[in-house]
Design a protein around this ligand. Structure first.
Ligand code: ATP
Ligand code: MG
Length: 385
């Protein structure tokens, strides 16, 4: 906010005339102050020397649940550090933004900050402007970014430390031990492969996120996609002696979508089902076309009046997932048992990638699970663009 000037003009001689002119000028000044406040979308109000609100914009009224013009600051925002800051601002001392007590917003705790600006000379008796800024989203983004960097560093540090350890051993004590060399090189390859997978999954995630606002323009043949997924997992399925059940591929439709991304999403789900299944367990991929308008609206939130959708489910008879973990599974790096997932070669990014792919396709992902019985992951995707 920049400094705001007062009204000027000729001085009337008669006291009555002077008072009338003064009121008129004051009214006009309040009006122009009000117009100025209204041009700012964030909550904004002006206080006089008695902490009384001279004018406020609509956003401020909304924030404090009604008209605040004419009210005292303490009546609607009792926060001593803010009062101190207002005093400091009036006295010409510069003030830092003041964090307000956390309040409850529509989607959880909300963080608000008040920024003050002196009005010099005062305008319609208003001497301090107070702008309220909602910093919730900015702070959340900052925390997410910090956590993300910490997670990536942590995930990379583990394999790097292992590689360095084995290199030291191979250069030192195990230099002339061909058996140890063979074994350590095998472990080193595993660690390097994990880093490679982590980096390609991170790149994949960032690419999908970058395009998320732009729905895919192509068409995806679900029969072809499921065939690709099945072929790529044959070896794992045989090794674990699993019974992998697929729907008849010929009956599957072609839907709007990016074939590579949908392959990646379904592959991730089937891969998890295999990973978390007991040997000789059953992994079942199911398909259904749903035309119920209420269900379609609920599952395809990015589409105005969806007429039909497909539900593609992947069920396993594995250990299942406890309820409290389910809402967090699609967060990056979130794993129920991190050590176990790492042991199975996982990075904890698979379901985060699935979620972003589904978002881009204006669909959704449902997770149903019963500990000890198994899990079902269902993708809902629109049949029409
Ligand atoms: N079918 C499932 N059964 C039981 N737990 C599951 C299943 N699918 C996912 N999970 C749990 O969700 C977590 C996150 O899954 P996600 O696919 O994101 O990561 P990951 O499989 O560990 O690693 P990545 O997929 O990156 O290789 C897993 O670590 C596991 O704890
Ligand atoms: Mg996975």
């Amino acid at each position: 906010m920049s400094s705001i000037g007062a009204q000027g003009g000729r001085k009337p001689e008669d006291p009555a005339e002077a008072a009338a002119a003064g009121a008129l000028v004051n009214g006009a000044a309040i009006e122009s102050l009000g117009r100025m406040l209204e041009s700012v979308p964030a909550p904004l109000f002006a206080l006089d020397r008695n902490r009384q609100v001279v004018a406020a914009n609509v956003a401020a009224g909304k924030l404090f649940g009604g008209t605040i013009t004419g009210r005292n600051l303490l009546a609607f925002l009792r926060h001593p550090p803010l009062v101190d800051a207002v005093e400091a601002c009036e006295a010409g001392r510069s003030t830092e933004p003041v964090a307000l007590p956390e309040s409850q917003g529509r989607s959880g705790q909300r963080r608000l900050v008040a920024r003050l600006q002196a009005i010099r000379p005062p305008m319609a008796s208003a001497s301090v402007m107070v702008l309220i800024e909602d910093t919730t989203a900015a702070e959340r983004a900052l925390t997410l970014r910090r956590d993300f960097v910490a997670n990536v560093s942590h995930e990379l540090k583990t394999p790097i430390a292992a590689l360095l350890g084995f290199i030291e051993t191979l250069m030192g004590p195990a230099r002339d031990d061909p058996l140890a060399r063979q074994r350590f090189l095998g472990i080193m390859r595993g660690e390097a492969e994990r880093m490679n997978r982590l980096v390609s999954e991170l790149l994949s995630l960032s690419r999908i996120e970058m395009n998320e606002h732009q729905p895919p323009a192509g068409r995806a043949d679900l029969g072809n996609i499921l065939k690709t997924v099945r072929d790529s997992l044959t070896l794992k399925v045989e090794q674990r002696q699993l019974n992998l059940v697929f729907p008849g591929l010929a009956e599957l439709p072609t839907i709007p979508g990016d074939p590579d991304e949908l392959t990646q999403a379904i592959q991730n789900l089937v891969d998890n089902a295999i990973k978390y299944s007991p040997d000789r367990g059953e992994v079942r991929v199911g398909y259904q076309r749903i035309e119920d308008p209420i269900a379609c609206r609920e599952k395809l939130q990015g589409i105005r009046s969806p007429k039909a959708m497909i539900a593609l489910s992947v069920s396993d008879q594995g250990e299942g997932i406890a309820k409290e973990h389910i809402p967090r599974l699609t967060e990056r790096f979130y794993r129920v048992d991190a050590a176990r997932s790492r042991e199975l070669g996982g990075t904890g990014l698979g379901l985060a990638i699935v979620k972003h792919i589904v978002n881009r396709h204006r669909g959704s992902l449902d997770i149903d699970s019963e500990p000890g019985k198994g899990s079902t992951f269902t993708l809902f995707l629109p049949v029409e663009a």
